[in-house]
Ligand binder design. Structure first.
Ligand code: DGL
Length: 267
């Protein structure tokens, strides 16, 4: 922690758009005294079709902004950035950066499934981050990967309940069902918005794992160990989007009802 930070400093949370609000919702629930700043990079979404070097520069811009806000910790509420950037981050910061992959992989590996499907963006799947880390912890679990291009764009356009979204999602889930998976990991923070559609497609026969709570719990554990928790009253959460904050808010409220007063912030 640098001299500008203290226990009352906020926690920065980012994603390509509103998806990371699924993680913020759990963070707010289990860390009620913490102040949060949320940034959704709606101008450059989707992240799933970007290259690792593009994703690296987006991440650095966001973390640089968070640094100016004297945050005490950052959370990449974005699997794509967690998988494709964080292991190779070329810049260091005076705060810890928490990602999605490690806590989720540990959790899934310990559930001892024979076969588990993971749905995520193309960029996340390209890294095989989940497959490698789950199978490394538990070599009896086989991870079947399914990239899902197009879903995030539909969700951010507020089309998550459209027929187009249903058909596209079904085309991604069916190959997994043919492989007899027991569970599906939502490997993109936008996908919890599709949970009831997935239940419908799978006929409620498959366990759906939303990593948000697991990640939030591991952040709490780490901040507690580092003596970084805030005991005072938190500030109101600040929400920023790099394009169309009204639409961001509208979509975002489906994942976290506390999303309000979003402001435009172009980095
Ligand atoms: N929600 C993000 C993730 O978890 C990014 C999705 C995207 O923008 O493609 O990967």
């Amino acid at each position: 922690m640098s001299s500008n930070q203290n226990n009352q400093s906020p926690i920065g949370v980012y994603d390509s758009g509103s998806g990371g609000l699924s993680v913020l919702k759990e963070l707010k629930r289990i860390l009620p005294n913490e102040s949060f700043i949320y940034f959704g990079d709606t101008k450059r979404m989707p992240y799933g079709d970007k290259t690792p070097s593009q994703l690296m520069s987006f991440c650095i811009e966001i973390l640089d902004y968070f640094e100016t806000r004297n945050i005490k910790a950052a959370i990449s509420a974005c699997n794509t950035s967690s998988a494709a950037v964080l292991p190779n981050l070329t810049k260091s910061y005076p705060f810890e950066i928490f990602g999605m992959i490690e806590p989720t992989s540990k959790y899934v590996a310990n559930l001892n499934f024979k076969k588990v499907g993971i749905i995520a963006t193309a960029a996340t799947i390209k890294t095989s981050a989940y497959k490698n880390s789950i199978e490394k912890i538990n070599n009896k679990t086989e991870v079947i990967q399914q990239p899902c291009p197009g879903l995030v764009e539909l969700i951010e356009a507020n089309q998550s309940d459209s027929q187009e979204c249903f058909v596209l999602l079904k085309s991604y889930i069916e190959p997994l069902l043919k492989q007899d998976i027991q569970a599906i990991v939502l490997g993109c923070t936008h996908y919890p918005i599709l949970e009831s559609m997935i239940h419908e497609i799978t006929n409620h026969r498959i366990i759906i794992i939303n990593p948000a709570l697991v990640v939030a719990k591991s952040v709490k554990e780490n901040l507690t160990k580092q003596n970084l928790l805030n005991n005072n009253t938190p500030y109101e959460t600040e929400f920023y989007a790099s394009k169309n904050p009204q639409l961001f808010e509208e979509v975002g409220r489906q994942l976290y009802s506390g999303c309000k007063n979003a402001k435009l912030l172009e980095l």
